[in-house]
Design a protein around this ligand. Structure first.
Ligand SMILES: Cc1ncc(COP(=O)(O)O)c(C=O)c1O
Length: 418
């Protein structure tokens, strides 16, 4: 395997990397006569033909609206959609598919909890706890909720080496805490946060636990029962699936006790002109026609990732990020951000004297796609003392040869700008 792959990687992924790369039509894209090195996977991943085909096959063969149709085509569409829900439940180790709600993405999943649980359960004096490391998607919904309910939003700060300050967390999480909303894996540092410790603190305080798993479910095995979380949110498009679909996992008894999120078709049981009763979970939270084809595509993406193996993916992305950090450290004009231990698939840095936006543009000329900006984590940028950083994020098709191209291009950028 290693000899066969020597021209693209010196690592040893547990899968056939060349065959996997051939599954992704977009990786054949040439930019200025060179193959594009796509290193912006934390923003969104590319899609294999298995996912593209599942979506187009659904439209060619099974398309109808779900749940209401009496005819056989409608039954096939419903089965395709509900089968995707079962795939999700098994992928994240949920006890039942009743706890799997399809949303538009992680952002909508978190907003659902803020509306359906938060607005009916919080009052002045209650506290919601987040961390300084949150993506805006797991911060703004809680800011709005605190504003609307008179509750208070608090956050766990970072230690000088940019890990969560657990001593401070112990003081912040207490009897007044009703919810802890924690990013499982940072989209800026790639680091996995100590969920077990913080969940224990939340449990001792009698608080609920929500995990923003937008960067963890794509990168590592995630089991909601082992994590013992009440809610978990993620997006399909960061794990080979299409845009427009994501998941909220909720503990079924909790979901049962919550108010609906949006009103409309599907989410009702009996309606009069004056009032209505609600459908069972999960449909109570899926008002209107859902993103059926996208859910089918997400199911196909999970089948693909399961075949590759989530443990294998976690190992490989750790090695690839480790190699990237090592190579970046060869250059004294690079500042690396985040905890020192190697992270899974995400590396954040700056080049002395070059604004990240200029750098990203320069790299684009070299057919390398990275992200530059605040990564939807402005409070974390403030803590780092920068307005923006450059982020290279890898996925299952990336190679050390692409990282080597990035390193060469960074040397070239440094001499060009300085
Ligand atoms: C950690 C984290 N949370 C939430 C989100 C929001 O995901 P989406 O925009 O797909 O809803 C992202 C996206 O970058 C993320 O990285």
């Amino acid at each position: 395997m290693t000899r066969e792959l020597a021209d693209i990687t010196h690592l040893e992924p547990a899968w056939d990397l060349k065959a996997v790369r051939r599954d992704f039509p977009l990786l054949e894209l040439q930019q200025d006569g060179r193959p594009l090195a796509y290193l912006d996977n934390a923003a969104t991943t590319q899609k294999p033909r298995q996912v593209i085909d599942a979506i187009s096959d659904y439209y060619r063969r099974d398309n109808a609206n779900v749940h209401r149709a009496i005819y056989r085509l409608g039954a096939r569409a419903t089965e395709a959609y509900e089968s995707a829900r079962r795939t999700v439940a098994s992928f994240i180790g949920a006890e039942t598919d009743k706890g799997i709600i399809f949303t538009r993405g992680a952002t909508e999943a978190i907003n659902l909890v803020a509306y359906s649980w938060g607005r009916h359960n919080l009052k002045p004096g209650d506290e919601i706890v987040v961390t300084l490391m949150e993506h805006h998607s797991n911060l703004i919904p809680w800011q709005l909720l605190a504003r609307d309910t008179g509750s208070t939003l608090r956050h766990i700060p970072l230690t000088p080496d940019f890990t969560l300050d657990l001593e401070a967390a112990r003081k912040i999480i207490g009897q007044q805490t009703k919810l802890v909303a924690l990013v499982h894996k940072s989209n800026v540092f790639g680091v996995e946060n100590p969920v077990a410790e913080i969940t224990n603190m939340a449990r001792d305080a009698g608080a609920l636990m929500l995990l923003d798993a937008a960067q963890s479910v794509p990168h590592m095995p995630v089991n909601v029962q082992q994590l013992d979380c009440d809610f978990l949110a993620f997006s399909g498009h960061k794990m080979l699936g299409p845009t427009g679909v994501g998941v909220l996992y909720g503990r079924p008894d909790l979901l049962d006790s919550m108010q609906p999120f949006q009103g409309g078709g599907e989410m009702i049981d009996r309606v009069t002109m004056e009032s209505a009763t609600w459908n069972d979970i999960p449909w109570k939270f899926e008002a209107g026609t859902p993103n059926i084809a996208q859910a089918v595509g997400l199911g196909a993406a999970m089948d693909y990732l399961t075949a590759v193996g989530m443990n294998n993916i976690h190992d490989y992305l750790g090695q690839l990020a480790g190699y990237t950090r090592e190579r970046l450290q060869e250059m004294d004009f690079i500042t690396l951000y985040g905890p020192p231990e190697s992270s899974s698939g995400i590396v954040t840095f700056n080049v002395d004297g070059i604004h990240p936006h200029d750098l990203a543009q320069f790299l684009d000329q070299e057919a390398i796609a990275v992200r530059a900006g605040h990564h939807c984590a402005q409070p974390l940028m403030d803590c780092l003392g920068v307005a923006a950083t450059t982020r290279a994020s890898m996925y299952i098709y990336n190679t050390t040869a692409e990282i080597d191209r990035l390193i060469e291009a960074l040397r070239k950028a440094h001499s060009f700008f300085n």
